[in-house]
Design a protein around this ligand. Sequence first.
Ligand code: XBP
Ligand code: MG
Length: 329
Amino acid sequence: MSELAALIFDVDGTLADTERDGHRIAFNRAFAEAALDWHWSVELYGKLLAISGGKERIRFYLQQLNPHPHPHLAFPGRGSSRGWGYENITRLRGLNPHPHPHLAFPGRGSSRGWGYENVAPLRGLSGGDNLGKGDSPDDLDEFIADLHAAKIKHYQQLLASGAIPLRPGVRRLLDEARTQAVRLAIATTSALPNATALLERTLDLSWFEVIAAGDLVPAKKPAPDIYEYVLAKMGLTPGECLVFEDSQHGLQAAHQAGLKTVVTVNDYTQDQYFPNPILLLNHLGEPEQPFTVLAGEVPDDASYLDMALVRRCLEGSAISAPLQISKSA
Ligand code: XBP
Ligand code: MG
């Protein structure tokens, strides 16, 4: 059996509840700033979280929900309607007046497919009203990149205002790990500036030996790539590490990389299906704020996750039966 060498943490939803009151608000502010009349409600955003990555999420929204655009996509210095601006989206809307009624969330491959392969059939239908010069998948990429850059700025402003605290037990566990010289790393789907901004604001960047984030790997969670990257960078085997995640995608990514995982659910993930986590908790717990164990085994007197329990988790095998947790759990 391997000795514990490192803890690897997901960021969003695990270190802090960043999604509903952080990323979501930042997306909406970026949309408003770009004069788009898009709004991601708490409920809709919960569904959109099935798509990993902010840029990918915007692309999916454009592709699958065919949103009602505002006449101006105003990015300073870019012109008001360049490339994938109003006229193009309007054209697509006109041709497809009944947007997809459901959020079907197809597999990762197909959710990437906005661009010429989708536009081409519509061009045919438009009776020769071809898309203009400069309308290419590259233009859409640029549009999404601009929108996402604006979102990053708003997210960082939210963090700077102190709007997003750490979840219970996170700071305590990290402190304890550091006193025991257990190495620390981050594996997140979020863009690097967003991850580092949260760490700087709430913890200390220098505590983390590796911060693997965003586009560093081509395939985001649930693909295992980000975890495989961290393991390679640290020169560790999966058996020497314990992962902390909050979502099904995260658990899948870690499992596929062969890593044992503790899951701490939150409002957005509490109804997800978690096959075989080592431990499923509502949060890591504090001496004065005990955790609730949703699946897995802990000693009778354990009320929060400390390093002794972390080591026990690494020794244990995953719980045997896949569990579906319920809201009341
Ligand atoms: C979090 C995500 C991210 C954030 C937005 O995944 O899915 O997409 O919602 O991040 P994880 P960016 O919990 O694995 O970190 O806008 O920075 O991409
Ligand atoms: Mg997460």
